[in-house]
Ligand binder design. Structure first.
Ligand SMILES: Nc1ncnc2c1ncn2[C@@H]1O[C@H](COP(=O)(O)OP(=O)(O)OP(=O)(O)O)[C@@H](O)[C@H]1O
Ligand SMILES: [Mg+2]
Length: 241
């Protein structure tokens, strides 16, 4: 199943505290949709809401013609929507392979999951070599690669990446962005939260800025580049080519 992922007027939060006050996003299949915004603006909370980790308090989530509002995580995964949490969320005591297998936990066909993992890991020689070591003994960058690969195990239509380049060296940030571009080439839709705006903006097909749990901007990368006010308020200055 695929189609456009539409999030309309989503409200959600923690306990009784509403954090996301009616946010809307449209993500095209096979496009890279980037989400920027200050710390604490609700970026992670929004994608947790879309992924089914937090229940929607109001609003609607649709994929193509299908209404996915309120489905729990494992159902969302089956519908093709997967997230990589902020920090990766790799289990340090489990091996690389065990971490990757967790990415397929909601799928019934374990043979297909194993095949998927072999295909994915072939793209990551460092992980291939260390498939049986504890994930916690890998470098931060390698752990992030495990997290990204794990999110891809269910063969998602849309993958949501929460700051995939956080804490990585400049070379690894570039590699991460190249891998995100490769996903687009394969037709996977990407929703990417990033702080590395300079590196993320060039790969973005469309851009959202959140502030205070609300939409502040949506448009193309060129729209945002030409809006100096937005650049200075939400992005700490001008971004050069
Ligand atoms: N598990 C939680 N329980 C209670 N409040 C939370 C929880 N997680 C986040 N919050 C609060 O929700 C607000 C938005 O947090 P969120 O993590 O969505 O922000 P963010 O835009 O992703 O920020 P950052 O750029 O720092 O990752 C913050 O005020 C935060 O304190
Ligand atoms: Mg966050």
């Amino acid at each position: 199943m695929s189609g456009v992922l539409n999030v309309t007027d989503l409200k959600t939060g923690y306990g009784k505290q509403e954090i996301v006050h009616g946010i809307s996003i449209t993500a095209q299949p096979g496009h890279i949709t980037c989400v920027f915004g200050p710390n604490g603006s609700g970026k992670s909370t929004v994608i947790k809401g879309i992924a089914g980790l937090l229940p929607p308090w109001a609003g609607k989530i649709t994929l193509g013609d299908a209404d996915l509002t309120g489905l729990p995580v494992h159902e969302m995964v089956r519908k093709g929507i997967v997230m990589m949490p902020q920090g990766g969320g790799v289990f340090p005591r489990f091996s690389v392979m065990e971490n990757l297998r967790m990415g397929g936990y909601s799928l019934k066909d374990t043979r297909e999951v194993d095949d998927r993992i072999e295909t994915l890991i072939a793209d990551y020689p460092n992980l291939q070599r260390r498939r049986n070591v504890a994930a916690g003994s890998l470098s931060g960058g390698e752990q992030m690669m495990v997290a990204i690969a794990r999110a891809l195990v269910p063969n998602p239509a849309f993958v949501m990446l929460d700051e995939p380049s956080a804490g990585l060296s400049p070379a690894l940030v570039n590699e991460t962005m190249d891998r995100v571009l490769a996903l687009r080439e394969r037709g996977v839709g990407v929703i990417m939260i990033e702080q590395n705006i300079r590196e993320a903006l060039p790969v973005a097909d469309s851009v959202y800025i959140f502030a205070g749990g609300k939409n502040k901007f949506s448009g193309t990368r060129d729209d945002i580049r030409s809006d100096e006010h937005l650049m200075s308020i939400y992005m700490g200055g001008t971004v050069s080519e």
